[in-house]
Design a protein around this ligand. Sequence first.
Ligand code: NAP
Length: 377
Amino acid sequence: MPSYPYVLLSAAVSLDGYLDDTGPDRLLLSSPADFDRVDEVRASVDAILVGAGTIRADNPRLLVNSAERRAARTAAGKPEYPLKVTVSASGELDPAANFWHTGGEKVVYTTEKGARRLREDPVAADVVALGDDLDWRELLVHLREVRGVERLMVEGGGTVHTQLLRQGLADELQLVLAPLFVGDPRAPRLFGPGGYQEGRLRLVETRRIEDVVLTRYEPTAPGTGVLPAAADRHWLALACDLAAECPPSPTAFSVGAVVVAADGTELARGHSREGGDPVVHAEEAALAKIAPGDPRLAGATVYTSLEPCTHRSSRPTPCARLILAAGVRRVVTAWREPDTFVPDADGSGMLTAAGVDVVVLPEYAGRAAAPNAHLAP
Ligand SMILES: NC(=O)c1ccc[n+]([C@@H]2O[C@H](COP(=O)([O-])OP(=O)(O)OC[C@H]3O[C@@H](n4cnc5c(N)ncnc54)[C@H](OP(=O)(O)O)[C@@H]3O)[C@@H](O)[C@H]2O)c1
């Protein structure tokens, strides 16, 4: 399964939801202290991305302005400035724009057509062509695997934010609400029309900064099929946290599980040996809390820190079969079952053979295994 960077969307909007006005100059929505907060976030990431539209409209530099923060980056062995990234299908980019002549390394992700155009009219950046169309997952995998980007800050504009959120690729949205109105329907909005996740996002923070308010949200809706979404990572992390709450046992794994509906509503959670039951498994405990036949189960995802069991001596029905019987068709897990108790257990294989989409996110395997360190052979 490919891994992506952590993707943080950052934007400031007016009270009527606009990113800018239609005047020639950039509309300053944030307050001075909030610009400093943005500088701090920039200093914490490996790369900053904006769309070509923002380069054209604002001619931004996208620097870490604080000398102390840059010094801290170099002291930590990082480049002084985060990598600057832009996307353009057309390749129509002004070689004189500030973006190319300030800060550290730059990369443009584009199409074959855009790359041809950039060979004729080059900019001071690496150019990566991703085929006839630009696929965001391919771009994120390239950033992670080729450029080593683990945290990516996306600073707009609306076209880019809308795509990343709608495709389930944004881990976090940092939204600043500024106390002013734009009132011009020709001005750009943060999010365009289209299909977003159903249900509610998770509000993780609100912070007053002078006269603006920072709100931070996480998406909650599981991905679909075998493609992981950012929200899958959050729910799997919760399952791993639940595993750490299990009373340890010398004869069974400590596992956490969460069942989440398609709209991001948590239906139930459970962990091994919960409620004083010495043999209950995490998925079993969670599913037992949902009424059989609940119509949300068919579109739900089960998150489990360890892949569901296929054999167990404690009870007749293994968890993989309980999941199938519940009608769940998607499972996200962190850790394939080691041979500790059952040789060659393959819960993922059994579920896949039965038509369930199984997503394994091995980057969480360490967190899933940690509460089971006492079982190590
Ligand atoms: N308030 C804030 O926090 C904030 C932050 C940033 C920007 N803004 C404002 O937002 C406005 C710009 O937003 P915008 O939506 O017009 O532009 P944008 O999102 O910055 O850039 C859009 C451009 O990026 C490229 N692009 C986007 N998705 C692509 C894809 N899937 N494949 C290939 N290329 C892709 C295209 O470039 P090509 O046209 O070259 O093909 C597209 O025209 C400006 O007014 C700016 O001031 C505000």
